[in-house]
Design a protein. Sequence first.
Lengths: 464, 206
Amino acid sequence: MSRVNPGAYRAASARTIQNEPGVRDSVGSATRTFDANRVRAFGQIDSERWRDWARDVKTHALTNLDRYLEEAEMRLLANGAHVHWAESADDALRVLADVVARHDIRSAVKGKSMLTEELGVNDHLEQLGVRVRETDLGEYIIQLLGEPPSHIVGPAIHKSLDDCRRLFHAHLGTAPDATPETLAAAARDALRQDFLAADLGISGGNFLAADTGTVALIENEGNIRLSTSLPRVHVAFVGIEKIVPRLEDLSGLLQLTARAATGQPIGNFVSLIQGPKTNEEVDGPEEVHVVLVDNGRTELLADDVAWEALRCVRCGACLNICPVYRQTGGHAYGWTYSGPIGAIIAPGMLGLAKALPLPHASSLCGACVDVCPVRIPIPDLLLHWREQAVEEGLTTTAETIGLKAFTALAERPDAFSAAGALLRWTPWSAAGRSLPILGGWLQERSAPHPSQKSFRRLWEEGIE
Amino acid sequence: MSGRDRIFARVRSALAGRDRTELPESFGEWRLKSPPVSPVEGFQALFESAGGEVVRVSDRAGAATWIARFSTDFPSVIFGEHVPAELKPDLPSVTPEVAALGLSMARGAVAETGSLLMDARDGRRAQLLAPTHVVVLDAAAVYASLREALISLKDDLPSAIGFHSGPSKSADIGQIMVRGVHGPGRVIALVIDESVIVQDHKEGIS
């Protein structure tokens, strides 16, 4: 996909903060609301016990992935679905192109799916001459704007009500001061025509139950139910890590995902899809294709530490609580998956060199691990990738030189204490202003005064 | 070697030497810290807090009376495939795309999530397209836990099951909640519950 550019993270986040101050306001407000709802919803249950259970189910599924993938494939085929395997985004898009050609598809509707963003499905469909419409309201907004999603659950949380008013006024002719209800109704009317006209419905998959061959989808608007029910063909893109052993395992996972994501007891609409319409049914798609996608997931699975990140259920709770994500929203991360979870799966899925500096986009405060419904040790994995980067020689020249200089200094006690004295006696507030970086920082701040004595000296004199 | 085989080879190579953990027990009983007195009560409380409406009647005759009265406000209706003749109001039956009211039968419901279980065999369009959706539910088919409901579904799965836990809604515009975005904006669960003594069927409509 063309938009993959984590390497520009630092410049992109600086640009967002400087040029688009509204983004921080919208993202901050939305993520605080999401998180407050999660806190309330976790308070209604024994969340510690549930998170242990969810971790164990997903860990079991991942450590037996081969077995469950075979079982799911067998069940889906028995249900009458078509099963495809995609090693890469190109493979997945080829499957889609075949379906489009075989069914002479002209228009498609799509339910919200991060995997289809990762694969670049929309761009590909447009190249094939298929008109594709995002039908989740948030996805629709950013499709009109030509932007990627900025959050796993709320793709348009970086946009304010006024942003949406301007956009809908331009595209749908609503009044410049229309209420959210009026705007939503206008979108409903426009998209209803797309639903009824579409030949193809596209979805992702939140879970895939191996024992029944069930693709489970969570949503609030009903657009996924419509996208997977009205068009004559349904294509579901499902990451291979989405597998769970048993249909009843969805009981805990559906509830925990909803509670972690939005604080609801369950998504307003859940679809359990087994296959195409049967003879007993009056409607539903005639063909269902399930595309099982690797695209870097087996690389992540092969990492003896970071594979645990594959437990992720994409609830967005780690984004909502992250003090770093809240400053910029997701676009700065330069990839489909942003925030703490993006920073730990990008190195495994894209390759570490390409994913840097995302593992550094964190203060390691650990808030994310406290909220994760499947207990992914996110800060540990961030450190793991930072260590890997050093081992693979992927650190920046400045960092390498700086650390070498520090090492040299630290190995010579006299030089070390002389350097310490120099730093203690430097008038930072005055001298700092003329230095790069520090100068900018000191424009609105005064530097703290260093202690007059070193720690070693204080220790020798006896600390009370 | 096919793409499928290469994926399996990579999965097996990644898992070689890694402990294959045990599958935990399927989660026993979901318990809210304050559990409901009965499954129907639990379903009603959560369905209503999600913006759905619940009307309880004591038998099918009561349900038919309620539907007949309620439907007078609507110009047209689409029926689910399994709606019995006795529950069908005297209203023009039209295609789901243009119907003002949808009337469906629930396969069951779940107390702990406040969800109606909608079976594809009853007709998906009738469940999704009309702005108002009335769903008839037998109180005996309300499961206490989602786990029990899923286990009950397992032996008889249609192409799709939908859990509907309230009206369609979205907060994607400026984080302000609006209803009726794509699916029905108004959902009423009409619960036939023999244990309920309801004489005035207008109750609960408000």
